[in-house]
Design a protein around this ligand. Sequence first.
Ligand code: PLP
Length: 398
Amino acid sequence: MPGDAHPTAPSSPVPGAGDSTTALHGGRQYDPATGAILTPIYQSTTFVQEAVGRDRGFTYTRSGNPTVVALERRLGALEEAPPAVAFATGMAAISALCLVLLADGGHAVVSQVVYGGTVRLLDRVLSRFGVAATFVDASDPETVRGALRTGTRLVLVETPANPTLDLVDIGAVAEVARGAGVPLAVDNTFLTPVLQRPLELGAEASVYSTTKFLEGHNATVGGAVVTRDAALLERLRFVRNALGIGQTPFQAWLTLRGIGTLPVRMQAHSRGAERVARWLERQPAVARVAYPTLASFPQRELALRQQRDGGGLVAFELLGGEAAGVRLMNAVRLCSLAENLGAVETLITHPASMTHADVPAAQRRRAGITDGLVRLSVGLEDPDDLIADLERALETAS
Ligand code: PLP
């Protein structure tokens, strides 16, 4: 690893390896000093140089760290791409991408249902630097085409979207964006490369909050951008170093450890979420349930074509609206009321007052983020226990 700070070759140890193999071995390089099977946590600010102008690939941890590079190699390998660029958080990754592509007054077309922090970044921070964003219903590629204008330099979509689970047809939107010479970036946080491959579907970049399923254990915040565009990688690394928004070695080590079990976790999250979603759908107190593989899901055909499974998130609304939803969220015992998703523990969230509170109410309503919407990130507990908890909470709520 030292001496190899920013390798560009695809880095799977076995050509054509399956996801479970790549999640454990992608981009691996045993520690050259000791042979340690796990990449050590290189908890060092600086790296001694052999002579003036001669280093071993690392100089100062803000600009590059061996443990972080090991994570970047693995993330890249999972999408058959060069090593990713890892950031301090998912928002740092999205910020860097926007700064690189939109600086000096660029325009972005963004799907209208996205994580609230992305709306806040564009509307309340980058807008002050002359950056403009148009939020559109990206489930219709023609709407995306209609929003493109001179100066559009990024199309950014989230699919499935946080928190409604609305889908965007990545291939169709990629074609529209490519036709206009605009890069498409997909926030793939909800599914990870194990369940959806944006680059294979035509996107220029996949963006991740590694905080969620990738690390998966509620232990870190982190982010990453994966792309095969060498110039974009270079510009992202430059901005990361300039702003000082890189990932730390310990975060990267924990995320690497999490990724080892990502394929089995995504499978288990999907099975649990599907069971809970089917059960919710049968409850008289539940008005509607969104889960990509349910027969009732309006974009099921797209989900089956584009995704390898449904993922761990379920969104639902009770007949009693916001008041009943709030009573339910206050009554659960096994599920935890918290602002995160993608962890081994089941988390329940009220998007309107938590993750999307900074999105103006009118914009929330347009995006289908009703005040009664409940988001459930199904963890790895026994689904029967989760159902029992929800059943008891539903009785209290109604
Ligand atoms: N993208 C999505 C889809 C998210 O759900 C989140 C956080 O909830 C983010 C990005 C931001 O990630 P982070 O909290 O790691 O900054």
